[in-house]
Design a binder for this molecule. Structure first.
Ligand SMILES: Cc1cc2nc3c(=O)[nH]c(=O)nc-3n(C[C@H](O)[C@H](O)[C@H](O)COP(=O)(O)OP(=O)(O)OC[C@H]3O[C@@H](n4cnc5c(N)ncnc54)[C@H](O)[C@@H]3O)c2cc1C
Length: 448
């Protein structure tokens, strides 16, 4: 093999290129990146917008010269690939073709823009690239944004709403669904909504109908009401950016994510796909699922790069673990929510327990909500936590339990750490597991 071409210089693409270079020092590695930045922490964008991270460059894992001069990777910025021809092993770049022996597609995901008139307004932004974030930050730094509307109450919308509040803006969040944060169940989402309304105005079940130009700003029409604002953020979800692969004939799920094997090979010879493009083996569901998150993007990139360069690696799978900070609340989830588990045909119940993050007598503790989703008296299927502290630390215990295929009884037996400043003597995870085990005995299921 002589040339590896990587499409996309994000977390997955640059991990792939670096891994390939390590395995095969003589390999010609070319990365084509459509934007002006590569290898940056997209997850840090909200903190850059809000001013916690002061300089855009701080988000770069490495500057482009590190890849070009030290790692010998031919990183081409502002270079969009517009076609893949698997038969001749060529990709189309501008007016030229670039041949490859192996191709790794790491083109990420695209923001979904609802079909609303006026979204082309220059004060309407999505939050998906550093190039766009820099333009937005310039606007914020110029003091032009006193009132902002965020459309969509998923985790990107909520992180962005918090960032805008940090800049001093008056923020309104609009969500078409009757609840926030669709990735957690209702009891946890209700806690998030309560925290949110301490800092922003929240309109649930409300639809953006149009964006109109106004002198120096815009007017958003929401359910027939005109709302004036200086900025509108569209955070209504993402979809896999897999158009090139689909056109080339790769097997995809109906949501557009590409099917891959454990080594990240697509159904097309010599073509791998990684990161937000792909469906990954979900260890609880027992089948492929699209859960686009940072850690899997890095790991799948590394696997594909290693294998494409002639090495050995494989990806074990995901359980869908995520954490988000919403103002003063840590919100974490892993595995399946109750509705997801039921839709998957699993006999699932949920156990909710609210305990404390520290020993009762130790100052500074706060309530911690733990929801376990499980088979009655059987397998753990998922968990969600929310509280001012301690949710992020504990979700990883539950993610590990899912990887190990734990039952509720296994969970009750865990030897977890204890000291008054960090936990009660019965950790909230153990308390919830104990409740789940007992509710199975006393009620043979049901929510508690
Ligand atoms: C605001 C925000 C916050 C986030 N926070 C978190 C978090 O806290 N935790 C977490 O786990 N995940 C988080 N994520 C998700 C995480 O950032 C992604 O899962 C991860 O970046 C995916 O990496 P990727 O390399 O697959 O895709 P991307 O990082 O999107 O990279 C894809 C790259 O491909 C380029 N590209 C696309 N098409 C072409 C083409 N045809 N030719 C050339 N180049 C092309 C794009 O320009 C892009 O740079 C967040 C995402 C966002 C947007």
């Amino acid at each position: 093999m002589t040339r590896l071409v990587v499409i996309g210089g994000g977390a997955a693409g640059m991990s792939a290129a670096s891994a390939a270079r390590r395995v095969a020092p003589g390999l010609d590695v070319v990365v084509c990146e459509a934007g002006g930045f590569a290898a940056y922490g997209m997850c840090g964008i909200p903190y850059f917008l809000g001013g916690t991270v002061r300089r855009a460059e701080s988000l770069l894992a490495y500057p482009p010269e590190e890849f070009r001069d030290r790692r010998g990777i031919d990183l081409r910025l502002f270079t969009r690939v517009t076609g893949i021809d698997p038969a001749t092993r060529r990709v189309r770049v501008g007016r030229q073709d670039l041949g490859y022996d192996a191709l790794i597609v790491a083109s990420g995901a695209d923001p979904v823009r609802p079909p609303v008139p006026g979204l082309g307004h220059d004060r309407v932004f999505t939050v998906r690239s550093l190039d766009e974030a820099i333009r937005l930050r310039r606007l914020l730094d110029g003091g032009a944004v006193r009132r902002a509307i965020v459309v969509g109450a998923g985790y990107i919308g909520l992180e962005t709403a918090e960032a805008l509040v940090c800049t001093g803006a008056d923020v309104e969040v609009i969500e078409a669904l009757p609840r926030v944060l669709g990735t957690v169940d209702e009891p946890v989402a209700d806690l998030v909504a309560a925290e949110l309304t301490r800092h922003v105005r929240l309109r649930l079940g409300a639809r953006l109908e149009a964006v109109l130009s106004r002198d120096g700003g815009l007017t958003a029409v929401v359910d027939g009401t005109a709302l004036d604002a200086d900025l509108l953020i569209v955070a209504t979800g993402i979809r896999p950016a897999t158009g090139l692969l689909a056109q080339a004939g790769a097997r995809c799920l109906p949501d557009g994510s590409v099917l891959v094997d454990g080594c990240m090979r697509t159904s097309l010879p010599g073509i791998f796909a990684v990161g937000d493009c792909v469906a990954l083996p979900h260890l609880v569901l027992g089948g492929p699922a699209w859960v686009p998150l940072g850690p899997a993007a890095n790991k799948t990139g590394r696997v594909a790069g290693t294998v494409a360069a002639g090495g050995t690696a494989s990806f074990a799978g995901i359980v869908g673990t995520a954490v988000v900070k919403v103002f003063g609340l840590e919100v974490a989830r892993t595995g399946l929510g109750l509705a997801e588990a039921t839709t998957a045909g699993l006999a699932a119940v949920a156990t909710d327990v609210v305990s404390r993050s520290r020993a009762k007598y130790y100052p500074g503790g706060s309530p911690l909500h733990v929801r376990l989703v499980h088979e009655p008296g059987g397998r753990l299927l998922g968990a969600q936590l929310a509280g001012s502290e301690g949710a992020a630390k504990r979700i990883d215990v539950l993610a590990t339990a899912l990887h190990a295929g734990f039952t509720i009884d296994d969970l009750t037996a865990l030897d977890l750490s204890y000291a008054p400043p960090f936990a009660p003597v019965y950790d909230p995870v153990l308390l919830a597991a104990g409740h789940a085990a007992r509710s199975a005995i006393s009620t043979a299921g049901g929510s508690s």
